[in-house]
Design a protein around this ligand. Structure first.
Ligand code: SF4
Length: 394
């Protein structure tokens, strides 16, 4: 038995300017290789998406969603798209309509966000998680995620698409709160609260309702507050940030167990990689080059492979928000250079492994690889060599 999970990868490299090597055809080929068409006949097939909020539009192009929907229909399946309620309300503005994509769209937990099944988890203040009933209704789940940066986990991919995107608003809020569960403030020790508040250039430390409050969700662990506060009033602990990574892994495992791993197909669309998640409600410039499409039956192997393919990419510095710090540690994933070392995307992989989401070992099978298909040497270097040789004899 192969102890590595298979990850299909279609890069942005173009073997030749032919329709059969286009990105749309590569996306179709990923769907084919995953074996989606073999299992969807007479099945209700949920396509879980993150369609973005308000002014965000750098999500997965409706044209590609339409191609996936067509493939499912041609194979006899009954597809529908699901997303969280507040995003479904804005999906039409980005072109996600039944006329364009070819299937209806439903809120994951119904139009009142109260159609769910409850699962016990008992983790850092979260007793239960409420998974959307529309997910449970599906026979097959296509986990179709946009790969991008994220302020709490460094990145968002297929794990987060299930973990946060398949639950009610109440559960999503509770998951986010785990970052504050372990105590990190001791106000009695604070001798100068104003100085501490001013130490954070991102305005994350506030005095509100008679309490000191810190928004760790947005903290990049610059440690300026620690350097100002010498008495231990505030601590920036890895443990707090890891709590969110862990509840994300726990929530993803709930969905995998409910639907059954054999009925789930995962796709990362690693294009338009922005600094923040699509849920922020606006689009900014891409901060990493496009990578391509990746697909796998194994959710953990897929996110790991996508991170590995992006780890050596150069940040597009000019597109990083001017209010962000950029950490120069070359050991960090580029997304952790922005969101901070305690939000390194690989921490998600560690907790994914702990909660048995899948395999961290994988084998990449490249779809239509440019290097193998393109046999002729590039024209311009040849021409340059010819010119250089001619110039020598002149
Ligand atoms: S460590 Fe976080 S809270 Fe402290 S100053 Fe930096 S960003 Fe602000």
């Amino acid at each position: 038995m192969n102890d590595k999970s298979i990850v299909y990868f279609a890069s942005t490299e173009t073997p030749a300017l032919k329709r059969e090597y286009s990105l749309a055809r590569k996306f179709d080929t990923i769907i084919d290789r995953l074996g989606v068409k073999e299992v969807v006949k007479d099945k209700d097939v949920a396509i879980k998406m993150h369609t973005g909020y308000k002014l965000n539009y750098t999500t997965i192009h409706p044209f590609l969603v339409g191609r996936l929907v067509s493939a499912i229909k041609e194979a006899g399946g009954n597809p529908f798209v699901i997303d969280i309620l507040r995003q479904i309300r804005h999906a039409r503005l980005k072109g996600y309509t039944e006329e364009v994509i070819g299937c209806p769209m439903f809120p994951v937990a119904g139009i009142k966000d109260n159609y769910f099944i409850e699962k016990k988890v008992n983790f850092k203040g979260v007793k239960t998680l409420k998974m959307g009933g529309s997910i449970r209704d599906a026979d097959v789940l296509i986990n179709l995620a946009h790969f991008k940066g994220h302020n709490s986990t460094g990145y968002g991919g297929v794990i987060k698409n299930l973990a946060l995107g398949c639950f009610t608003e109440e559960s999503r809020y509770a998951m986010h709160e785990t970052i504050m569960f372990d105590s990190f403030l001791n106000v009695e020790k604070c001798t100068d609260v104003d100085k501490l508040i001013k130490a954070c250039p991102f305005n994350l430390i506030k005095w509100k309702k008679g309490k000191l409050q810190v928004t760790l969700d947005l903290c990049n662990q610059c440690m300026r507050c620690i350097q100002t506060d010498k008495n231990g009033c505030i601590q920036i602990n890895k443990k707090n940030f890891e709590s969110f990574f862990e509840i994300v892994a726990i929530a993803a495992e709930v969905v995998l167990s409910e639907i059954g791993r054999k009925n789930i197909f995962n796709i990362n669309v690693a294009f338009d990689i922005t600094e923040y998640c699509d849920c922020w409600g606006f689009t900014t410039g891409n901060i990493l080059p496009d990578i391509g499409f990746l697909g796998s039956k194994d959710i953990l192997a897929l996110d790991k492979a996508t991170l590995d393919l992006s780890v050596d990419k150069q940040l597009i510095i000019e597109n990083v928000s001017k209010t962000s710090d950029i950490n120069n540690d070359p050991e960090l994933h580029p997304l952790a250079r922005i969101h901070g070392p305690y939000k390194d995307p690989y921490i998600q992989i560690k907790f994914g492994e702990k909660h048995n989401l899948g395999n961290t070992k994988y084998e990449i099978k490249e779809i239509l690889p440019a290097q193998k298909i393109s046999k002729s040497a590039p024209a311009f270097p040849k021409a340059i060599k010819l010119y250089q040789n001619t110039a020598k004899h002149d």
